[in-house]
Structures are given as C-alpha cells and as structure tokens.
Design a protein around this ligand. Sequence first.
Ligand SMILES: Nc1nc2c(ncn2[C@@H]2O[C@H](COP(=O)(O)OP(=O)(O)OP(=O)(O)O)[C@@H](O)[C@H]2O)c(=O)[nH]1
Length: 356
Amino acid sequence: MQEQREENDSCKEMPHQPHVVSLFALVGMSICAVMAVTALFNNNVFLTSSLFFASFIYFVAYFVYKKYDNVQLSSAIVLYSLYLLMFYLVYTGGVEQTGPLWVYVVAPVSVFIHGLKRGLIDIAVFIFIISLIMFIPTDIVFHTTYSTEFKLRLIFSFSTVTFLSALYEYSREKSYKHMLELNFKYQQLAHIDPLTKLSNRRNALNILQQEQSRIERNKEALSIILCDVDHFKHINDKYGHSAGDAVLVELSHLFNIQMRKQDCISRWGGEEFLFILPQTNAENANVIAEKILLKLNKYALNYNDEKIKVTVSMGIAQFDGSQSIDAVINNADNLLYQAKNSGRNQIFPKFENNKT
Ligand SMILES: Nc1nc2c(ncn2[C@@H]2O[C@H](COP(=O)(O)OP(=O)(O)OP(=O)(O)O)[C@@H](O)[C@H]2O)c(=O)[nH]1
C-alpha cells in the first residue's frame, strides 16, 4: 500500500506543451493568410494559392488538437507542413528571393516540438534537403537560383540559429528535470517522516480518508492500531536521545517486516505509531498486534553494544465507515490508554486468543 501511495518516484519525460502547439498552428494560419493576401495584391497567383493552402493546413492542425485532443498529430502537421512550405519558398525564392528568410523559424519550432534529439535529426534532414534544392542545378519551372555566397551564408547562419536553439532547449530541459526532482523531494518531505522513513501523520490521515470512501463503497472492515513505546522517556534518559532515535528506526523496520504489503505503518508522533490495516476486522488486527508483541518480548535492540529491551502497548479500533475518522482514532487512543493503565506491554481490547 505504501509503495503504491508513494508519489511519483521518477522524473517523467518533459511533456509537449499542447497549448503552445495550438498557438503555433494559430500563428502559422494567421501569418500565411496575411502573406497570401499580400501576394494576391502583388498578382502572384501561385504564391497566393500556396499560402492559402498552407493557412488551411494550419487550421486543420488547430482543429485536430481542439476537436480530437490529438497533440501528436497536430504537432506533426504543424512541423512537417512548415518544412514543406520552407522547401517551397527556398525552391521558388518567394517574393523577390526573400523566401529563404523564413527558414530560421524551423530551428526553434523543431526542437520545441520534438525535443532535442529528434528535433536535431529533423533539422539535419531539413538542411540536407534545402541544400539539395539550392545546390543542384535544375531548369524546372519556378526553380530559382541563388548566388553561391548566399547559399553558403544561408546554411551557416541557419546552423548557428540551430545551435543556439538547441542550447536553449538543452537548458530548458535541464531546468525542467531539476524542477521535477525538487518537486519530488518536497513531496517526499511533506509525506515521509525523516527519521523512520515511514508515512507521517499527514499522509496517514490522507490514506485514512481514501480508505473511508472505499469502505463506504465496498462495506469492508478496516482496523487501525495505535501503538506506543512503553517508558520511552526512560530509554532516552538511560541510553541517550540518539539511542532513542535508533530504537524508533529499528522498531519501524520490525513493524515493516511483520505487516502485510497492503498495510500502512505511519509515525503518528513522538514514540507513537499508527497502523492502518485494510480488509481486516479488529480480531484479525489483534492477531497481527500479538505477533509484534511476542516478537518484541523475545527481542533486544542493539545499540552501541548495549541491549535495549523495548515493549509497546496497543489500542485497536475497527472502522466500518459509519463513524468519523476522528472517532475511530479516539477509540483506539482510549484503548491504548487502558492498555497503558493495565500495566503496558499489552493490547486492548482483549480478545479470546489474546495471550497477554
Ligand atoms: N529519541 C527520541 N525521543 C523522542 C522523539 N519524540 C519524542 N521523544 C521522547 O519520547 C518521550 C515520551 O515520553 P512520555 O510521553 O512520558 O511517554 P513514555 O516515557 O513512553 O511513557 P508511557 O508512554 O506512559 O509508557 C519523551 O521523552 C520525548 O522527548 C524522537 O524523535 N526521538
């Protein structure tokens, strides 16, 4: 149970930012539409229709995201239609050979959408194709020619922008991962007791709340055991505070061994522990509590060559969903108090099979 409830224990891949992809689609759609109108005024019919078509494709990308929530398909449409538009602009030269000026958009968009590795592979393929388009001489219609200086400078300056975009993306990914790690660490600190590494009181209460709704649905029994170390002050006074700490850590290991995987063991406070036992009635909880008591009675904890004998007292309360969590905890607390008052090293309530 504890394992399942532990917060994310690994840093996930950086997610694509769906909203930014839809924004790319909107911006692409608007810019292409404006450029198409400009080309229309310049009587460039072929460019006008190509840009209107590109604008429509960006609209499709936006629609796919909004209607079907398909970010991957929407990203692919945005990116590869951008590539096709750039190939077209480099091939034809656009208006007065200014078409290649737009290729710089490709670098940041590629690494943003596909991440560093895949983005750089895409860009390498892109550079290869525009080099082919520019350097391979052809007299096919609409193919424009550029000076060698222009072609080389375009490739070099585009590579520089790619390098800077990759650098930016690298530091963005790094800080994102660092942020996830910090987030994980603080979540751990908020839920785990630093000394024993058990769930803390807050986490135990969360778990009880979740279990309460489950019990209400499934009508299953759940028991809690409130367990307090006997005369712990005496252990601290006799062996020192560090020894007291070591006792708490050792007890936590021992409880972990005795309990089932679905049970939750938490440090309720000071020298007090709370066990949450799902699908367990009070009688069965008593069997587990008995096992712990017997184990401790035969056991002495080792601390700096000293053998420290430890006993615990426990109060068990069954939770059937009709009471409040506070009421069940109070019930267990009262029973623990009775166990203490009856001489400690025992469990309350007493059951038939209670050997103490
Ligand atoms: N070493 C150590 N001691 C702690 C910690 N938290 C609480 N304590 C000590 O636990 C002791 C609890 O003492 P009491 O409440 O009198 O209880 P007790 O001595 O166990 O007596 P009973 O519960 O009546 O059997 C106090 O001395 C606290 O200082 C901790 O994290 N480490």
